[in-house]
Design a protein. Structure first.
Length: 156
């Protein structure tokens, strides 16, 4: 069985820089055997954000790609906080928020962009947790997707 770090290398993706907080909060916080990751947006490898509203400026596929980019951004924060993705045992809970038009209803499909990435990293048993995927009237700076996650840590 491959480790999360080996799975990440196999995907051959470049992680973006971990974003600095844009408010009064911590990007990640370890409590007991869990790491809570604050809401992240889709940071690209050049450090810029993806912008737009799903159903208006961004289509459903673009929203899914933005959610995958949020997942990569979360991985960058985890690597900064922990040093290695191998320290994570499993995904516990994902809250995915989609900045979308009122008639858009495919929030779960969009958030699959992040969930599928995590399943590729930690496998289907540990990479898929419980999840909520909801629509929002707006998100900070008009980003299409914001995601927060709770992970369980390996006990060393």
């Amino acid at each position: 069985m491959m480790t999360p770090e080996e799975n990440l290398a196999r995907l051959n993706v470049e992680l973006p820089p971990p974003p600095a907080p844009k408010g009064v909060y911590k990007p990640a916080l370890i409590v007991d055997n869990f790491i809570y990751v604050s809401g992240h947006g889709p940071v690209q490898t050049n450090g810029t954000l993806i912008f737009g509203r799903v159903g208006e400026d961004v289509d459903m596929e673009g929203g899914k790609l933005a959610a995958r980019q949020v997942g990569l951004t979360i991985l960058a924060t985890l690597k900064t906080a922990l040093g290695s993705l191998n320290k994570i045992k499993r995904v516990v809970k994902i809250l995915g928020m989609v900045n979308c038009t009122g008639d858009f209803g495919s929030h779960p499909y969009v958030i699959n962009g992040c969930s599928e990435l995590f399943a590729d990293i930690w496998g289907t048993e540990n990479g898929i947790g419980v999840r909520s995927a909801v629509g929002m009237g707006s998100l900070p700076e008009n980003i299409p997707v914001e995601i927060e996650v709770i992970f369980e840590l390996n006990q060393d």
